[in-house]
Design a protein around this ligand. Structure first.
Ligand SMILES: [Zn+2]
Length: 219
């Protein structure tokens, strides 16, 4: 386990005691997980550069003394991102359920960046425990879109609703309506190959989803 207070130079704060606190804080993860987070934040910086640089991140936790991925030091709970332009995305404020489509699309863009580097991502549509943060961990890599996975299916359903206006129930059940909307999304984004079995196809598709999300553009 290593101790860090920033990811690749970007500070990571903690707001669960005091909202808005910007004092330095020490966190712990494994070196391998830290290295993966560096790749993630570099993706995020690159994809969101129109917002300026990333001023800081806010997390609810990484290593926590409990069972599972957090206990192994291989998980991240993302609460908030702030850019130098003043733009933010705030899972801690339940941005996934915002009444503003642009904010929901920005949340999905950040969600997509997490899914490019982590297969198991739990977001605000997954369950009420994750309504106020995006959880990413090392389980079940490499990244790909697993139809039998509730975490992947609610992301796809929310993506289709917010970029294609598909009107799907976000229930985590990959049925024919979800399949049809996903087919349309793939077609409009020019995806070739199988994002369910070929990681590079899904990772590339997520890149495009993030671009559209940060730019607030429908598919
Ligand atoms: Zn978590």
């Amino acid at each position: 386990m290593i101790t860090f207070s920033n990811i690749d130079g970007t500070p990571v704060y903690y707001w669960r005691s005091t909202y808005g606190d910007t004092s330095s804080r020490n966190w712990q993860v494994t070196q391998a997980f830290y290295d993966r987070m560096v790749l993630w934040i570099r993706d995020l910086r690159s994809l969101s550069s129109a917002y300026g640089t990333i001023t800081y991140l806010v997390s609810a936790g990484f290593y926590v003394n409990k069972a599972g991925q957090h206990g192994a030091g291989t998980a991240m709970d993302l609460d908030h991102v702030r850019w130098s332009s003043g733009t933010t995305i705030s899972p801690i404020d339940r941005a996934h359920a915002s009444g503003t489509q642009q904010i929901r699309r920005r949340y999905l863009a950040v969600d997509a960046t997490c899914r490019r580097r982590f297969r198991y991502v739990l977001d605000g549509w997954y369950n009420s425990e994750h309504a106020d943060h995006i959880h990413s961990d090392f389980e079940d890599l490499p990244p790909r879109c697993v139809k039998g996975s509730v975490s992947d299916t609610v992301f796809v359903q929310s993506m289709c609703n917010n970029f294609l206006n598909s009107g799907l129930a976000v229930d985590g059940d990959w049925g024919p309506l979800t399949q049809s909307a996903f087919n349309t999304a793939k077609s409009r984004l020019g995806v070739t190959g199988d994002p369910h079995t070929t990681s590079s196809v899904w990772v590339s598709m997520l890149n495009t989803v993030a671009q559209r999300g940060f730019a607030n553009q429908a598919f």
